[in-house]
Design a protein around this ligand. Structure first.
Ligand SMILES: Cc1cc2nc3c(=O)[nH]c(=O)nc-3n(C[C@H](O)[C@H](O)[C@H](O)COP(=O)(O)OP(=O)(O)OC[C@H]3O[C@@H](n4cnc5c(N)ncnc54)[C@H](O)[C@@H]3O)c2cc1C
Length: 497
């Protein structure tokens, strides 16, 4: 197996899009198959050397960055093992690029529904963070599509879990491994909010065991192989950018588009049924106008939406339904861009993706760690959350950008401090948002995970007791405390239990 020990040759693995500094490791391991992976972990187990799993490195919370020990790169696990159009499913290795999965699926008239917008992520990375994407408005997060995981535990034992086979219940949560070892997984008492959520371990009485490993951020096992469900690709995707003079009009438009998409179709069957509903505030539009001079300069918000058209749908009548909605919300049709062909649709999705990319470039140039929130709240609380963001930024004049998945009551707030003096203030602002989101029954991470940079946010959500419960789960599956240390909670907590 390829093992590198000169850090100069693997220092690129010490970063991701969090801009967290100080990563280091004594070695990097590049297994080619599950046996190599298992043997490495088995040899390492008695030595207790920490191991951090690295995938595409697009994560936003420093989770793949090692602070000591070894890193395992999954990049050689990059094959599609099987894809079946008839069964709408694929089996892939964890290091496959999301882009490659997307292409393989599309060749079969299918697609990967969770659609993370960053295509250089690995499929295993998206499972380990329970990623979502713009289209999770219609399809839901990664979790929903994972049917089977083949994994290696920290002592090298291989564990295969198929959805629907093993359930964990309070008082009955013993996992029997092939080796005969039995693990009692302590089910915690904390209650997850019933919304899009990737904050800490999934835990619920009666839960499917597979759900514990989705969103675990590399702390419980190394995922090697994934069987996932694909969905039928609409024959066409209509997409549009709608620009608004007033931010609040864009929120109301999104709210109505969402209500209609979730409702029973009208008698004629032509009610908007969005795949995605995405938001851009005035600062996001300023970033976009630097990329595309056609972005109107006098507008203060935009909504990007996609609508799938299937065989029987009448494209013209669906377009008409959307245009009717647009004209009701004071958005001028002159200020609406509708993609007329695939090339334009691609340009729109690239433009949408340019917002987080540009923010990450700004963060990198600033030298500061990324300061962003990933809060989702229940739908009926979203207006209050948005008002809180806007009112706070009226008082605290710091550079910021708000964009994202408004259809799921989930926007990303990025705060961009300009100096060290401003940094402390911006951290306080982010924490105020977290506090508000939690008080409204929300989650501190709807899709990015906690990693190494958001421990304080998770504690705000679940309290110290909840964090200790998570540590107990980790210790049951990784008793020597080897995998993904400092992800989700500080490693020091492990010595308290
Ligand atoms: C421009 C941009 C846009 C983005 N847009 C979105 C978006 O729309 N939705 C969204 O959800 N995220 C988004 N992200 C964040 C990121 O793409 C996701 O979090 C993604 O799932 C990370 O995948 P990765 O392969 O890069 O993982 P990494 O960053 O390498 O790792 C992430 C975590 O997963 C663990 N891990 C990775 N592979 C395995 C494995 N095989 N077994 C066990 N643990 C593993 C790592 O240890 C780490 O804890 C965006 C990022 C960027 C830069």
């Amino acid at each position: 197996m390829l093992i590198k020990t000169d850090p100069e040759t693997f220092k690129t693995y010490f970063e991701d899009s969090s801009n967290l500094k100080g990563g280091h490791a004594e070695g990097a391991v590049f297994p080619q198959d599950i046996d190599e992976l298992s043997n490495f972990l088995n040899d390492n187990y008695p030595k207790k050397t920490p191991v951090t799993i690295s995938a595409g490195g697009t994560g936003t919370a420093g989770a793949r960055i090692p602070f000591g020990g070894y890193l395992i790169s999954m990049e050689r696990f990059n094959n599609v093992i099987d894809i079946s159009k008839a069964n709408r499913q694929a089996t892939v290795q964890a290091g496959l690029l999301v882009e490659d999965l997307k292409n393989a699926a599309e060749k079969n008239g299918l697609f990967y529904a969770s659609h993370p917008t960053e295509r250089t992520a690995f499929v295993g990375g998206t499972v380990a963070t329970n990623a979502s994407g713009s289209r999770s408005f219609k399809y839901g997060p990664t979790r929903k599509y994972i049917k089977r995981l083949k994994m290696v535990l920290s002592d090298g034992e291989i564990l295969e879990v198929r959805r629907g086979e093993i359930f964990l219940r309070r008082g009955d949560s013993t996992l029997k491994l092939e080796s005969g070892r039995q693990i009692n997984i302590p089910l915690p008492d904390y209650k997850m909010p019933d919304i899009k959520n990737s904050a800490g371990y999934f835990a619920k009485d009666g839960m499917d065991l597979i759900d514990l490993f989705i969103g675990q951020e590399g702390t419980l096992s190394v995922i090697a192989e994934i069987e996932l469900e694909l969905v039928e690709k609409p024959s066409k995707i209509l997409s549009a950018f709608v620009f608004f003079r007033e931010e609040r009009d864009s929120w109301n438009f999104a709210e109505e588009a969402k209500r209609l998409s979730r409702s029973i179709p009208s008698k004629d069957g032509f009610t908007p049924d969005a795949l995605s509903i995405e938001y851009f505030d005035h600062n996001a539009l300023r970033l976009l106008s630097a990329k595309d001079r056609n972005v109107p300069k006098d507008m203060n918000a935009a909504i990007f939406f996609e609508q799938g058209v299937t065989g029987e749908d009448n494209e013209d009548r669906l377009t008409e339904a959307w245009l009717k909605l647009i004209s009701r919300y004071s958005a001028s049709l002159d200020d609406t861009w509708v993609a007329m062909n695939e090339r334009e649709a691609r340009r729109f999705t690239e433009l949408r993706h340019a917002v987080p990319e540009t923010i990450n470039d700004i963060v990198k140039r600033s030298g500061f760690q990324k300061l962003s929130t990933d809060i989702a709240v229940p739908d009926d609380k979203f207006g209050r959350m948005m008002n809180f963001y806007v009112d706070t930024f009226k008082k605290e004049r710091v550079e910021h950008v708000i964009f994202g998945h408004i259809g799921e009551s989930h926007v990303h707030v990025n705060i961009l401090p300009k100096s060290k003096e401003e940094l402390a203030k911006t951290k306080d602002i982010a924490f105020e948002f977290v506090n508000k989101g939690v008080s409204l029954g929300g989650t501190v991470s709807a899709e990015h995970g906690i990693g190494k940079t958001k421990h304080r946010y998770l504690e705000e959500m679940y309290g110290k007791a909840g964090i200790l419960e998570m540590a107990r789960i980790k210790k049951s599956l990784d008793p020597n405390c080897i995998l993904g240390l400092d992800n989700i909670f500080p490693k020091e907590i492990l010595s308290l239990i």
